[in-house]
Design a protein around this ligand. Structure first.
Ligand SMILES: Nc1ncnc2c1ncn2[C@@H]1O[C@H](COP(=O)(O)OP(=O)(O)OP(=O)(O)O)[C@@H](O)[C@H]1O
Ligand SMILES: [Zn+2]
Ligand SMILES: [Zn+2]
Length: 748
């Protein structure tokens, strides 16, 4: 019998999405383990891969000659059995290659480990003590250095650091090395990206009675040592973070590790400070702004148990802990928890699965649960715990709805309603702050010819170009394509070109015009491109150096400013008109979150929502701060139309530069699926399409879409899988892209 391994090679192609068997040469046997990275011969090349299984077998058991692995690349494993299970589940659930799932789990930047030369004793402490006596008393400085290292054999100081510390020269230390008393050793150093920050230490706050109940419920679940999921539904400003901090402390006491997920956009120094302030160096942070090297270092700090808590965006759900007790997902409803590339996983689903494998507890926190999550509290899958009051019984802000059609009738042609103008003036006089929210960046949303109606569109994407005043250009928000603003219409040569719609730049300009004495700043993708800029604007706002902050989604999230007493929403309807069954849900969530930014201090808050459809239920329920009212209405609609959470959707997008080929392949695929559905007599599963996708062209790629909708996801997946295989056999158009998204969040 000899040893063999199963290896997933790093070549994401249909034909190789399975493990290959390799022989383990005797010299490598002791290094073999599931999760290690290896180099193997593959065809005529050598490729990297990961070990996912080990077996004992005889040479004769195989029909083919089995090649040996060439090399084991690492001493450590990139994943354990638990994470391997998770990767397999993810591939099956989201219908993506196992190698893609494994690559989502391992750190991306596996760069060189950084080392430094440190000075160490060249002998054991006991032998060194004997040697010390041989140094003449006249060389007292040499004695001092040598005895320092005898007393501190574990310190990791370089020559210069040691020289500084003991006020001597590096030459003297080199002398001791040349004499053979000391030696240089290469030591691994870990880059700590936050080491320069001084986090102010915080103590647990005395919990409110609602917080106390939440903490007890979650602690009880932790003590069960079985997996379970708790939805912590707490209104904005109810102190969810303090609950997280106190249950993390419980997990720590029980020797368990915690993963905290926050939306990428909320992973700010303030958020990090809240966790580091309480738990100091036990916290590692994973986010996209880290360099590849820093990321890899943080990953190793987690892997080798230097830390007990990880705070990070979506992918931190794969943090390589081996004693996981708790996963917290803050702002559970956020769409950024869905990964847009393969595997197109949702971090909430992955977290719940991982918790199941690890026997851990998942806590989902939010003021506006996704319909999916809240529905699961009704079916009993999740347990519901609520924080209904704000801290100190502060009232939720008063919300005024303004019908902008009436404003226009009354002769107000500006983008600010009478009431919003009046209230801004009032806040400026009182020295209080205002936030103005708008869903769109840029200056105008589109540019149109008034003579012929021609709209300036991106050549590569089927979307209109957005006008940006600074710099003076038209920009595509899908592919970043930029072009000059035309002076004459490219269609009819008329000079009557008009700018329609309102973007953040225009609002900023409007505010400066209306309130010349006010200090106005803007926060959106355009003003925060440079590193540190986001942070700078927020601290200026916090310090009171800005009176009015205009912004997109970025200002809606989790910020806690006590002096903000007015929030204005320029147009509440922008998301409502999207062809997406979740449009109402998104609007409700967004308005509730934006409104939640005010009245968080001693002073009460006010919200003014401007709208062209103020009667819409999403807007009405957010005015009343009525999540349950909204939920009850929305869930009925979903039930009636057979939408999630009552069904699952698999979206299949076919794309290529040649539209006729896209249509051909879409029709072929649809025929194959329909035939299968017919054969299986599957009435519970519907196929919609093929139709041109709402976003019909992106980066020159035409897009057509098919939707599978039904209650039985397993059957849907196998129908889809088999159909795609059949398509591959029948179609000569193998270069056409077919992309599958299980439980898609966006329908565009
Ligand atoms: N028990 C407590 N006693 C006093 N202050 C508290 C307590 N718990 C939380 N706070 C404070 O209340 C404020 C709001 O808390 P936090 O930001 O955690 O709310 P939240 O529920 O996360 O709100 P949002 O959903 O809007 O982000 C914070 O300033 C926090 O320090
Ligand atoms: Zn024209
Ligand atoms: Zn474009």
């Amino acid at each position: 019998m000899s040893k063999y391994v199963e290896v997933m090679v790093d070549v994401p192609v249909d034909q190789v999405d399975r493990p290959f068997t390799y022989k383990v040469p005797e010299r490598l046997e002791s290094q073999i383990k599931v999760g290690k990275k290896v180099v193997v011969p593959f065809g005529r090349q050598r490729v990297a891969g990961y070990i996912i299984g080990e077996l004992e077998a005889d040479e004769e058991d195989f029909k083919f000659a089995i090649k040996p692995i060439n090399k084991v690349l690492t001493e450590f494993t990139f994943f354990d059995e638990e994470l391997l299970e998770l990767a397999k589940w993810m591939s099956e659930y989201y219908q993506s290659y196992l190698i893609s799932s494994l690559k989502a789990i391992v750190p991306s930047g596996q760069t060189k480990i950084k080392t430094k030369q440190v000075v160490k004793l060249a002998q054991s402490v006991a032998e060194s003590e004997k040697l010390l006596e041989q140094i003449s008393d006249r060389a007292y400085k040499q004695q001092e250095v040598f005895s320092f290292l005898i007393d501190n054999p574990n310190c990791n100081l370089s020559n210069t650091e040691l020289a500084d510390r003991l006020e001597t020269t590096s030459g003297l230390i080199r002398t001791l090395i040349n004499k053979g008393y000391l030696q240089y050793i290469e030591k691994e150093v870990k880059r700590n990206p936050h080491s320069h920050h001084n986090f102010k230490a915080t103590q647990p706050l005395a919990p409110t009675s609602e917080q106390q109940v939440a903490i007890e419920e979650i602690s009880a679940a932790l003590e069960q040592q079985e997996s379970s999921t708790i939805l912590l539904k707490g209104v904005t400003g109810s102190g969810k973070t303090e609950v997280y901090l106190q249950v993390i402390a419980k997990a720590l006491e029980a020797g368990k590790d915690t993963i905290v997920l926050v939306p990428e956009i909320s992973l700010t120094p303030q958020t990090i400070a809240r966790f580091k302030g309480r738990f100091g160096d036990q916290v590692a942070v994973l986010h996209s702004q880290l360099s590849a090297g820093e990321r890899f270092d943080e990953w190793r700090r987690i892997k080798f148990a230097d830390v007990k808590i990880v705070v990070g965006a979506r992918s931190a759900v794969f943090a390589p802990f081996n004693n996981l007790g708790l996963i917290i997902i803050d702002e559970e409803h956020e769409t950024s928890y869905k990964q847009e590339d393969h595997p197109k996983y949702h971090a909430r689903e992955v977290a719940v699965k991982r918790a199941e494998l690890a026997g851990a507890v998942t806590v989902l926190g939010t003021a506006t649960p996704s319909l999916e999550a809240y529905h699961r509290t009704e079916t009993g899958e999740y347990k519901l715990v609520e924080l209904k009051k704000r801290i100190d019984d502060r009232p939720l802000p008063k919300v005024e709805l303004i019908d902008m059609r009436e404003e226009l009738k009354a002769g107000n042609k500006t983008m600010f309603s009478q009431l919003l103008q009046k209230e801004i003036i009032d806040r400026l006089e009182k020295g209080e702050q205002t936030m103005i929210f708008l869903n769109r960046r840029g200056f105008s949303t589109f540019v149109q010819c008034r003579e012929c109606g021609h709209v300036m569109k991106c050549n590569d994407c089927d979307v209109s170009l957005t006008y940006h005043a600074t710099p003076n250009i038209l920009q595509c928000h899908y592919c970043d394509h930029q072009e000059q603003v035309p002076n004459i219409c490219p269609n009819c040569e008329s000079i009557y070109i008009k700018y329609f719609g309102v973007g953040t730049q225009k609002v900023e300009e409007g505010l400066k015009e209306f309130f010349p004495e006010a200090k106005v700043a803007r926060m959106d993708v355009d003003t925060t491109r440079r590193k540190g800029e986001y942070e700078r604007i927020l601290s200026a706002f916090k310090a009171g150096k800005i009176d009015i902050l205009v912004g997109t989604q970025m200002i809606a999230k989790g910020h806690d400013f006590s002096n903000v007493t007015l929030v204005g929403v320029i147009t509440a309807d922008t998301a409502l008109n999207l062809p997406d069954f979740r449009a109402g849900e998104r609007t409700f969530q967004l308005l509730t979150q934006v409104a939640g930014r005010t009245g968080r201090g001693d002073k009460p808050g006010e919200v003014i929502i401007q709208s062209y459809t103020p009667e819409h239920y999403s807007i009405q329920f957010s005015k009343m701060h009525d999540y349950n009212g909204f939920y009850n209405f929305e869930i009925e609609t979903r039930k009636f139309a057979s939408y999630p959470p009552f069904t699952h959707i698999i979206s299949i997008v076919v794309s290529d530069e040649r539209e006729d080929k896209v249509i051909e392949v879409s029709n072929l695929l649809s025929d194959i699926i329909r035939e299968k559905l017919h054969k299986l007599d599957e009435e519970g599963i519907m196929l919609l399409g093929p139709v041109q996708a709402p976003l019909s062209k992106v980066r020159g790629q035409h897009r057509w879409q098919l939707l599978l909708k039904g209650g039985d996801l397993d059957t849907m997946r196998s129908i889809n899988q088999e159909s795609l295989m059949k398509l591959n056999e029948l179609s000569t158009l193998k270069t056409i892209k077919v992309s599958v998204d299980v439980d898609p969040l966006g329908m565009l």
